[in-house]
Structure formats: C-alpha cells, structure tokens
Design a binder for this molecule. Structure first.
Ligand SMILES: Nc1ncnc2c1ncn2[C@@H]1O[C@H](COP(=O)(O)OP(=O)(O)O)[C@@H](O)[C@H]1O
Ligand SMILES: [Mg+2]
Length: 585
C-alpha cells in the first residue's frame, strides 16, 4: 500500500478523537512558547537585576518567572496526558476492530494463518501505531515548535551570533541522522527476532505435553536460548550506538558553545552586547538540543508505525469469503428435510474431496456416516454450518439454499459435538451455557443431568462454579465430552452433528458418553460420524463414504446382506481385537 494512502487511512482512526487532538496540539504549542519565554527571561534577569541592580525589576521578574513555570507545567500536564490517553484510545479501537474482524473470517483462514501472527497483530502492531502517532504529533507540535521558538529568540537576541550558532546546528544533526539510520535497520531485525521468540513460546507452551513426552526439553531450551541470544546481540548493538550518540552530540555541542563563548564574550567585552543577551542566548542554544533529538526519532517511529499499519490493514482487508448475501432471509424452523444436491467440494480448487454427493435426510432421521479415515466425512458435515462453502451443487434445508439464509439463523438450528472438545477457561456453568449465558440454573442442571455430567460436577471442588482450566485441562476426556454434550443439549437445536464424539475416549467413559448422546439425539435430526460401527448399528440409515463418494447406503442388516464396502469395514473391525486408540475407522 502507498504511504500516502496508508496515512490517510490511519487518519480515519484519529477522526473520532479530533477534539482531544486539537486541545493537545494547542497545549503543546503553549509549552513550546513558555519554553522559549524561559530562555528569553535570562536576559532581563541578568541585565536588569544583576548588572543594573534595578530593585523594581527584582520584585517583578520572579513573579513573571513563577507564572511562566506554572503555565508551562499546566500546559505540559494537559498535552502529555491527552496525548497518552489518545494513544491508548487508538490502541483500544484498533484492537477491537482487529478482533471483530478476525472472528468474521472463515475457518479456512485460520488453517492458513499461524495463531502467533494474529496475536502479534492485536498486541504489538497496534502499539507500534500508537507510538508512531504520539511521536509524530509530539515531534511536530512540541519539538518542532520549540526549535522554531528558540531560533526566533536567538535571532532576536543577537542575529550575528545566531548565524554562527545555526551553522553549527546542522553539524550536530549529522551524527543524529547517522544513528537514526543504523537504529532503523536494527529495529527491523529486532522485530523479526521478537516474533521468533514469541513463536517458540507459543508452540512449546501449547505443546508442552509433547515436549515432555518426547524428552525434547533440552532441545527446546537450546532453541529458545539461541533466539534470545540473537535478540540480546541486536539489543547490545543498539545500546552501543545509543550510548555513543550522546557523547558525540555533546562534543559537537561543546564545540559550538565554545565558539559562541569566544565570539559572544568578545562582543560583551567590547560593549556590543550585554551579559544578559549572552546568557539568554547560550541557554536557548542548550535548550534546542532535546527537541532536536526528539525530531530525529520521529522518522524511525513513523517507519515502524507504517510497517505495522500495513500488516494490520492487510489483515483488515482480508475479505471473508463466506458472508451473508444481501437480502439473506431468516431460515424458518427446520421441519422437513436437508438435501445435498450434486454437492462437490474442494479445499484447494484442484482436487475434489467430495464428489457429486446426493443425500436427502428427513426430519427426525438418524443418519450415520462411516468409512475409512480421510474419506471426507468431516468435510461433508462441515458444509452444513457453512464452515466451508460448497464448490458445486447446493445444500438446502426445507428448500432454502444455505447461501440464501443468514449464517446466524442457520447456525442457531445446529448443535455440534466433535472429537475435539472446545472448553474455555471458565466455570463449568458458563461452559455449559456458552451461547446463551442467560439460561437459568435449573435449565443448566437439567442439561448436566441429561448429559450424565451432574454426578461428577457435584464432586468438583466448587461444583458448577469450578474453573475447568485451559481447554478443560482439569477434567478427564470423558468429562470434557459430557460438558460439550450438556452445552449442545441446552442449545436444544433441531439438527445435531456428532463427529466422532466418542473416538478419543476409553471404553468406560465411552459408555457414559454414549448414554448422554442418546439423550441428546432424541427428537432431533442427527448426523453421526462414528468410527466404531457398534455405535451406529441402530441408525435409521448408514451411508458409507469412500474417497469423497457415497458408495453404499441402507440399514445395518441390509448393508451386511449386500456384502459390499460396509461388510468389509465391519469385518475389519470385528475380526481383529480392538486396539486402544484405534481411530482408523
Ligand atoms: N483444511 C483442509 N485443507 C485441505 N485439505 C483438507 C483439510 N481438511 C481435510 N482435508 C483433506 O480432505 C480429505 C478428507 O478429510 P476429512 O473430511 O477430515 O475425512 P474424514 O473425516 O472422513 O476422516 C483428507 O484427504 C484431508 O487430507
Ligand atoms: Mg473426520
């Protein structure tokens, strides 16, 4: 994106804060004016009080001085606090925007984007933008105005001397710009290394079990140490540069000041100038140093901010490929049937994972999907909530194409329980009520009972108020699954999708979960994907999917009698002793 466009777009984020910005800018200008006044005051102070020994002035000047200091303090307070509050406001706006946008994106986006990257957009990139905005505003309206004010003061005091000083000023700029360039280069590598550090952190902390199980602690520690050392190396260079910058600039300043003392002193001695003028002049020149340093940092802050803005806007511009179309209607309550009509689907646009699926599921039917792993069962059920969009053909509920109804009205009628339970680090109660936090305690308890979860919840230290840990880590697999079932029961949606809900469980907890599932399936239209054929024996219809096609369908005994693909699957499972963790069917 072009820098100019980028800046214009950033300005849109500043618009809601224009009043605050206006006040902050006025305050900053006043701070600069008061700073210049402070420097100028040295002249009457010395000349009137110390040289002329004017008593009246002795009474007046301290008053004026106090006034200038008080005013500068007040304006400084408002300028700084407004600027900081403004910056934090921008961060909050950006974070809310990015978060909302991330959650509007389809599932395929998350399959292609590392989590760490999204987190860094929300956390650190928004901060870089804030720093750029604050620095740019303060740099222009405080530092630049201060330099301008002080230059005016020195010109007014003694223009000949001013010209000499202003010749030295650009010289002082040379090291500043040299270091700024070095700093910018370092800061890019710095950013990349910080991202590496957070990636390793994210991977190894979420994967801590595997790290332990494979004894890779030392390997990970070494990998982390190397990256941290690399970061340390970069920061060391940065520190050296920074520390060199001060002395070099001071030396340049010293040379300038020596020249001023020599020439200015000469003028005072010959009576062309007064000590007051001389010291006011010197003070102004010394005071110019800090704002110049501030201005020199503007560019690097802005460059970093623009780079961050590019990353954030690229994310914000990622269009959701699955959206409600204009004029989408509300899906009426499901009554008759769900139809797959010549449905094909491809993840990458090349290979069809589902091929020409035709399926008509009646209201209240229990439909089982079976077949070898990788056949496309999960893909097929993921099309119903529109997690992915069909590539060809259509899916209709009661004659309404899914693409013609709003996503919300569609998903309101669906409940999903999958092999991978998703629990949040919250209380048992809130995890069950997720989706509708206003449900009464009685309803939640009833759902827990029907999900065969009530007994173990009662045993937990705080019952329904127990925090379950990240991803439900403090519960067993079977317990987590029963909470997911309770959640689905409470949602009470007419269409239910069970994707290997019991696959990850041992036989003991499978039995409990199976009972819970039977309660859940009552009076619902259910799609069940099961790897253990025993659990779908009494389904109304069993559909065998292989390599993306429906190869057989019928009731259990019909399919066995026809001795086709289902029989092969069945024999594979019942001829061999079932091994623990076998999820292949
Ligand atoms: N997000 C994805 N992107 C690309 N290919 C995928 C994705 N998810 C699954 N697949 C592929 O689609 C095929 C069907 O997968 P899936 O529907 O999960 O099978 P099943 O549930 O029957 O085991 C597999 O070959 C798998 O590699
Ligand atoms: Mg699957």
């Amino acid at each position: 994106m072009h820098d100019k466009k980028l800046v214009l777009r950033l300005l849109c984020f500043l618009k809601p804060h224009k009043v605050k910005i206006g006040i902050a800018i006025s305050c900053m200008i006043m701070v600069s004016a008061m700073g210049s006044a402070q420097a100028y005051m040295i002249k009457p102070l010395l000349d009137e009080i110390f040289v002329k020994k004017d008593r009246w002035m002795l009474d007046i000047i301290p008053f004026v001085l106090i006034l200038v200091f008080v005013l500068k303090g007040v304006f400084n307070y408002f300028a700084n606090s407004l600027l900081d509050i403004l910056g934090q406001g921008i961060i909050s706006d950006l974070r809310k925007n990015i978060f909302a946008h991330i959650h509007s994106l389809p599932i395929s986006f998350f399959h292609n984007t590392p989590t760490g990257e999204l987190i860094s957009r929300v956390i650190s990139d928004s901060m870089l933008i804030q720093m750029a905005v604050s620095r740019a505003l303060a740099g222009v309206f405080k530092d630049l105005f201060q330099v301008f004010g002080l230059v005016c003061v020195v010109m007014y005091l003694n223009w000949k001397l001013a010209i000499i000083a202003l010749v030295f000023l650009p010289l002082a700029f040379i090291p500043v710009s040299h270091f700024a360039r070095k700093f910018r280069k370092l800061s890019t590598t710095n950013q990349q290394t910080v991202a590496q550090v957070s990636n390793i952190l994210h991977e190894t902390i979420t994967g801590h079990k595997i790290v332990k199980a494979f004894g890779m602690e030392q390997y990970e520690i070494n990998r982390f140490s190397e990256t941290v050392d690399k970061l340390f190396g970069i920061i060391k260079k940065d520190i050296k540069n920074n520390s060199l910058q001060g002395p070099i600039m001071e030396l340049m300043g010293g040379l300038g000041i020596t020249a001023i003392i020599w020439y200015g002193g000469h003028q005072v001695i010959t009576g062309q100038s007064t000590p007051g003028v001389f010291f006011a002049f010197l003070t102004s020149i010394i005071m110019i140093y800090n704002p110049i340093k501030g201005i020199s940092n503007i560019n690097s802050a802005i460059q970093q901010g623009l780079a961050a803005a590019t990353r954030i806007f690229t994310l914000l511009d990622t269009k959701s490929t699955i959206q409600d179309k204009p004029g989408a209607i509300l899906l009426p309550p499901f009554k008759k049937h769900i139809e797959f009509k010549n449905v094909s689907f491809s993840y990458d646009g090349n290979t069809d994972i589902l091929k020409d699926i035709n399926l008509n599921v009646r209201y209240g039917e229990m439909l089982a999907l079976v077949g070898t792993s990788g056949g496309g069962k999960t893909t097929l059920v993921n099309l119903i909530p529109r997690f992915f969009e069909v590539t060809k053909g259509s899916i209709q509920i009661d004659g309404h194409d899914l693409r013609d109804v709003t996503m919300k009205s569609l998903r309101d009628q669906l409940a999903i329980v999958s092999q991978q339970t998703i629990l949040f680090n919250d209380t048992v109660k809130n995890n069950i009520a997720y989706g509708d936090l206003n449900r009464s305690d009685e309803e939640i308890i009833a759902a827990a009972k029907a999900a065969h979860a009530y007994d173990f919840i009662k045993e937990l230290p705080d019952g329904f108020d127990t925090i379950v840990g990240e991803s439900g880590a403090r519960l067993s697999g079977g317990q987590q699954q029963r909470l997911s079932i309770a959640r689905a029961l409470l949602k009470n949606a007419p269409i239910l999708i069970l994707d290997e809900a019991t696959s990850a469980l041992d036989t003991e907890s499978e039995r409990e979960v199976q009972k819970a599932l039977e309660n859940l399936m009552q009076n619902r239209t259910t799609f069940v994907i099961a790897h253990r054929l025993s659990t779908v024996r009494n389904a109304d219809r069993i559909v065998v999917i292989q390599e993306g096609r429906i190869v057989e369908e019928g009731r259990h005994d019909q399919l066995l009698a026809s001795e086709g693909a289902y029989t092969t699957l069945h024999n594979m499972q019942f001829d061999q002793p079932r091994s623990v963790g076998d999820n292949s069917l």
